[in-house]
Design a protein around this ligand. Structure first.
Ligand code: 1PZ
Length: 215
């Protein structure tokens, strides 16, 4: 039988991308950040087709960021900090209404950044959850506290339906392919402070440059 070329999925490796995306002087390396998101979307896809509508948009956003990196100006997109400086200095971001730059790096990364907050809240709930906790509840609580405020009604509705299809906590832990539930909890405890730091650094940078509302 043909064996899949894809290495077996392991969530700790994915979360490692978010660890390694931070440089010593607290810059965020876009290639690593995007690699983290690519892994997360693969994880989503492994949960079943219902989740493909959720991962589809993330995949589109990832593609846009990869395109920027592969472009002639790719070196300007090495870190989030260098990207923000380059795009703002050159007037490459639509700050008040969508027009010439619907795919600016700043706009695109902001969408992933907002989703990272959801991820942080969801994984923290998962980490501290009891054995009989419902992933669907943890997921929708995290969503309502973060991403939901940026989504119109129809998307919120569809997201809510997808959450109901999430597998239970034990299956969810198995799909992560990290080890025992105890090992998952340890792994999440290691990864979360770094995800949180990456989120906060981006948030501060975007706030400083008034980029948090890019349409
Ligand atoms: C494992 C459980 C999965 C739950 C995921 C929770 C997130 C719900 C996302 C709702 C579907 C998004 C559909 C498209 C939304 C887009 O309109 C927005 C704004 O982009 P614009 O239209 O302005 O270009 N896109 C986003 O908000 C990015 C959302 C990415 C969500 C990725 C979640 C990946 C989770 C990894 C799973 C471990």
């Amino acid at each position: 039988a043909a064996l899949s070329e894809e290495p077996k999925f392991c969530l700790s490796e994915v979360l490692d991308s978010f660890k390694t995306c931070l440089t010593e002087n607290k810059e965020i390396i876009i290639d690593q950040y995007v690699a983290g998101w690519r892994g997360l979307t693969r994880f989503m896809n492994s949960l079943g087709t219902i989740f493909s509508f959720i991962s589809k948009d993330a995949v589109d956003k990832i593609q846009i960021m990869v395109k920027h990196r592969n472009d002639v100006n790719g070196p300007r997109y090495v870190t989030v900090q260098s990207m923000v400086k380059y795009e703002l200095d050159n007037g490459l971001v639509d700050l008040t209404k969508r027009s010439s730059f619907p795919e600016s790096g700043c706009r695109t990364l902001l969408r992933l950044h907002r989703a990272l907050r959801w991820l942080e809240l969801f994984l923290e709930r998962l980490r501290t959850s009891a054995e009989d906790s419902k992933t669907s509840v943890m997921c929708s609580e995290a969503y309502n506290e973060s991403l939901a405020q940026f989504h119109p009604w129809l998307i919120r509705k569809a997201a809510g339906m997808a959450f109901c299809a999430l597998p239970g906590r034990s299956t969810f832990f198995e799909v992560m392919n990290v080890g025992t539930p105890e090992q998952v909890v340890v792994m999440l405890g290691d990864a979360l402070p770094l995800i949180s730091e990456v989120y906060q650094l981006t948030e501060d940078l975007y706030l400083k440059h008034k980029l948090l509302d890019i349409p």
